[in-house]
Design a protein around this ligand. Sequence first.
Ligand code: 13P
Length: 251
Amino acid sequence: MARKKIVAGNWKMNTLPAEGVELAKSVVAGRGEVCECVNFIVCPPFTHLSQVVEAVKGSDIAVGAQDCATEAKGAYTGEIAAQMIAALGCKYVILGHSERRQYYGETSETLNKKMAQAYANGLTPIYCVGENLEEREAGNHFAVCKAQIEEVVFNLTEEQFANLVIAYEPVWAIGTGKTATAEQAQEIHAYIREVLRSKFGAAAEECPILYGGSCKPSNAAEIFAKEDVDGGLIGGAALVAGDFLAIGKGF
Ligand code: 13P
C-alpha cells in the first residue's frame, strides 16, 4: 500500500508577504534533505499566494489556499473564488478547518458548496474534521468525525473522492501544545478510513489522512509511524522552515 505521504503547512493568518516569500524560499532550500517521497504543501494567506507560488517555482513544493468561496463569482464582497486560487497556480485548498467552523459559522451546507467549487476548478481539497474537548471527553469523537464526513465527503463522486485529502485535527490539540497520542491518532484515523470504506470501498485505502494539532519535529515520527496516519497538517511549526522540514523527516 503506497498512500501519498503529505506534510502540509497551514500558515493561518501569519506572515506578511516578504516573510512568507522568505519562509517558502527556506523550505525550497532545505527540501533536498528530506525524502523525495514526502509531498510538501504550503498554505499561505491569500494576499501572498501568488508570490509564494513564484517562490517555490521549479521545486516540487505545492501551494494551497486556506479557504475558498461557496460561489463561482459575482457580488460577494470580500470573498475569494476557487477559480481565482487555481488561476494563481495553487493546487490545494483547505476546507472546513475547525477555526472556520468555530469562528465563521462554516457548516456542512457551506462546505458542500465550497467542495464543489474546489473540484470544478481542479483544486484538491484538504477537508478537515475533528472534535472539540467536550466532545472528546463525552466519548463523542467518533460520531462527530463520522457526521462531518457523511455530510460532506459522502456527497462526492468516486472521481472526486480519488482526489481528496482528509485532515483529522482534534480541536483540543490545535495550538495548545497538547498532542493526541500516536495511539489516539491511529484509532480515529482507522475509524475514519472505515467510514470512508463503507461508502467508497477499496478507494478508501488510497485516501491520505493527515494528523493536525501541535504536530512538531519531536512527535511527528511517532505519529507518522502509525498505519493510518499519512502525514500532517501543521500550524505553528510550519512557520519555521527548519521545523517544517524536520517534520517531513518524521517519515
Ligand atoms: P498547530 O500545529 O499550531 O496546533 O495547528 C494545527 C492546525 O490547525 C493546522 O491546520
